[in-house]
Design a protein around this ligand. Sequence first.
Ligand SMILES: Nc1ncnc2c1ncn2[C@@H]1O[C@H](COP(=O)(O)OP(=O)(O)O)[C@@H](O)[C@H]1O
Ligand SMILES: [Mg+2]
Length: 311
Amino acid sequence: MFDFFKSKKPVEAEKIRFSYSEKEVLRDISLSLKKGEIVCVVGKSGSGKSTFLKILAGIISIGYEGKIKIFGKPKFFEKSKVGFVPQEISFIPDLSIEDNIKLIGLSYGISEKKSLERAEELFKFLKIEENLKKKPTELSGGQKVRLNIVLSMLHDPSIIILDEPFVGLDFENRRLLWHFLEKLRKKEKSIVLTSHLLNEVQEHADKLVILRNGKVFFNGNIKKLKEKLKINFIYEIRISKISSEKYEKLKKFCIYKDIKIMDFYENYAMFGVQSEKEKEILLNYLKNIDINIGEKSFREPNLDEIFLSTE
Ligand SMILES: Nc1ncnc2c1ncn2[C@@H]1O[C@H](COP(=O)(O)OP(=O)(O)O)[C@@H](O)[C@H]1O
Ligand SMILES: [Mg+2]
């Protein structure tokens, strides 16, 4: 049988605009998400990431322009398909873990029994082995974050939206969480998240959406971002200290050749170049203007470095 539901994209947001009173925070933000896809929204603090996620999740449900469709339907019909994990902890500290589960389950219209079963399953996935009679405040930081995630997923949403889920987590807990997200991806869930940990995002996300000044600066995969920014390689060198005149000369040369000076500090320089050939051209130029070159490295950039050049 033709499955109408399956044929629709889990999320389609088109030209979302939003202002807090006078201040315009989002301008024409679009994002679409397939099944089994992980999309990461990246941007400086204050760039509107949380606001956008709250609009997608229906936490902010009025006052925005643009269209959001969840599986092809206007958002308010399909809220139950979405799970939102806010950055702030969402449980009630005075209730036991068990009562938190029951209460939040009920708010999704799920029976107590079902909520507990579902939580147990998620706890297994997320490796939480705690007595449910405990209060959530007795949990460690990493466990609190995981409980927060469990509580947002009791209704088994197809779309999971997580705002900075990695903040404050140590390496082991971050890995655990990435494994969990990968598991959800295998179950064809769609995931939108924000994170500052660009190197980790680079490994796991299918797509990046970079927000800058309220607009989408970039939308696509890492490979496309490298192409857009024209830095396929990083060329790092130790150099002799140079005069500001020479530096100005070098700067002009780089602009002319479309080479990015990504960092320049006393006797260290980092360039973003497109090819090995371009690196040779740069190297020749440095020799020509009598800059002494020491140790060199030529390698692929990581996401932090690519992001650095979008500033
Ligand atoms: N409730 C609010 N009222 C007024 N301004 C807000 C509110 N929440 C966020 N802002 C402002 O909107 C901008 C975007 O905030 P936010 O979406 O939280 O960005 P991010 O998550 O990328 O740090 C910021 O300038 C912030 O100060
Ligand atoms: Mg935020």
